[in-house]
Design a protein around this ligand. Sequence first.
Ligand SMILES: [Zn+2]
Length: 205
Amino acid sequence: MAKVKSIYQCQECGATSSQWVGQCPGCQAWNTLVESVQVPEPAKGRPSGYAGAIPERSKLSAIKPERLSRLGSGYSEFDRVLGGGFVPGSVILLGGAPGAGKSTLLLQVTTLLSAQKPCLYVTGEESLEQIALRAKRLGLSGEHLECVSETRVEAIAAMVEQVKPALVVADSVQVMQVESLSGAPGSVGQVRESEAQLTRLAKAT
Ligand SMILES: [Zn+2]
């Protein structure tokens, strides 16, 4: 398999370059290039030489959809928006303006769910003390909720493998970073790769 290569992508126009340059070759903007991961393309006209295990096929009629039984959050309105609760192995991106209450909603949902299932709240923007203060203000005991202050996706993945939580909150993806990339947190490359790694993690655990 070809090695994963780094490319540099303009944050303004999306133009790419194989090396870092001060001025974007696409839109001529300065200092807009950020390192990102290039997905290796298979060589044309040749077999890919795949040597790994070939995944097992199943007849659609033989697949039991039990694994997809949804996990209710305990908040009926929230579950309704999700289409009946969380689908195991799925990733949900919760968007909203600053101050809209995303962190508050997530804290309420994870605290309630943590009474039945292990949950992990990863905070990258706020300190653990700020989270504790919010929980106190909302009257949430949080005695079952595990919290950690972390922004490195690799470290979060290792923790998830260990704790095996039913629900992980990463607040927020804007501050998460993949250590193998040099781009700043919040850059297109970092957000995209963080999302990709968290999605792979959700599907694998
Ligand atoms: Zn550009």
